[in-house]
Write a protein that binds this ligand. Structure first.
Ligand SMILES: C[S@@+](CC[C@H](N)C(=O)[O-])C[C@H]1O[C@@H](n2cnc3c(N)ncnc32)[C@H](O)[C@@H]1O
Length: 292
């Protein structure tokens, strides 16, 4: 039988802008929100992340995540994996692979490798002479601005996990630390939220990126990431509803199903919606009968 959450079918990714689709979710219906919104100015995809002004990007995220707050159950939690950005141009072209120092002999990978061919944005630095933090070269601290923005809107900020990347992207010769990690922030609605206490959840998680079958998604996080976020809740089962409003290739959905939970996803790119629903259906057909 098809399971529903309000009018939305469960264990499915729904197509559209999460800022609109959220109206269809019943209040207090989500146990665990796990997501990774697009990073600012990195890709050319639909939806958020392509704004010229990083303040518009932040406003969208703060506004949208604030609209998710009433949808969390009292004991619910929210995990956000997000990367920061330097206020410098991103001017990547396919021909730039000739400068690459990747590969065994450090002279580059195959020119068709996705490291070179993925759809990178071309953005300029966003300078506003009146606003000191919008200076050329500044690490914009978008991640911290999001955290303080959400705390100001009523989320309880509960912790930060550092995802230590086994295969971080090289950053070339630059006068700044090469980033080997990304943060994953934990928020809750109430201090008495559900969480695993034993074994304790540690604050550094180490794993690499991984490839997937079918349609590629260039900003996918590894399955291990949502698995750890869900396991940290300390309770699984069909009544535990996991939600990813920026569902991408559906990784959070696969993790939720693998752990016996229910899933609901929103995604603006219809090709990703189709590809992820196919993955989710395949995962459901592989589940033991009692869970499918
Ligand atoms: C960083 S990716 C998420 C990847 C995902 N965690 C995975 O493992 O595949 C962000 C996704 O958000 C989608 N997106 C951007 N703006 C959106 C919006 N307003 N509503 C819904 N989805 C959106 C993009 O199309 C992209 O697939």
């Amino acid at each position: 039988m098809t399971k529903k959450l309000g009018n939305l079918t469960l264990n499915q990714v729904h197509h559209g802008d999460c800022n609109h689709l959220i109206d269809f979710l019943p209040d207090e219906s989500i146990d665990i929100l796990v997501t990774s919104p697009p990073y600012w100015g990195q890709r050319t995809s639909e939806g958020t992340g392509t704004e010229d002004d990083p303040r518009e990007y932040l406003d969208f995220l703060v506004d949208t995540f604030t609209r998710f707050l009433p949808k969390l159950k009292k004991e619910g939690v929210m995990w956000i994996n997000i990367g920061d950005a330097y206020n410098t141009p991103v001017n990547w072209s396919r021909e730039d692979h000739v400068y690459s120092s990747l590969g065994a002999d450090k002279s580059g990978l195959n020119p068709e490798n996705s490291a070179y061919t993925k759809n990178r944005a071309k953005r300029k630095a966003f300078i506003d002479k009146e606003i000191p933090w919008l200076t050329y070269g500044n690490l914009l601290a978008l991640t911290y601005r999001l955290v303080t923005g959400l705390s100001d809107k009523g989320y309880l900020f509960r912790g930060e996990v550092l995802w230590k990347k086994k295969n971080a992207m090289p950053e070339g010769r630059c006068r700044r630390p090469h980033r080997q990690h990304e943060p994953i922030y934990l928020f809750a609605k109430h201090e008495r939220h559900q969480f695993r206490t034993s074994p304790p959840v540690k604050s550094v998680w180490e794993f690499g990126n991984e490839k997937i079958d079918g349609k590629k998604h260039y900003s996918r996080f590894p399955l291990e990431l949502p698995i750890r976020c869900i396991e940290a809740f300390g309770r699984t089962g069909e009544d535990v509803v996991v939600f990813d409003p920026f569902s991408g290739s559906g990784t959070t959905g696969l993790a939720a199903l693998k752990l016996g939970c229910s899933y609901i996803g929103f995604e603006i790119d219809h090709e990703q919606v189709d590809a992820s629903n196919e993955r989710i259906q395949n995962a459901i057909s592989e589940l033991p009968l009692s869970l499918s």
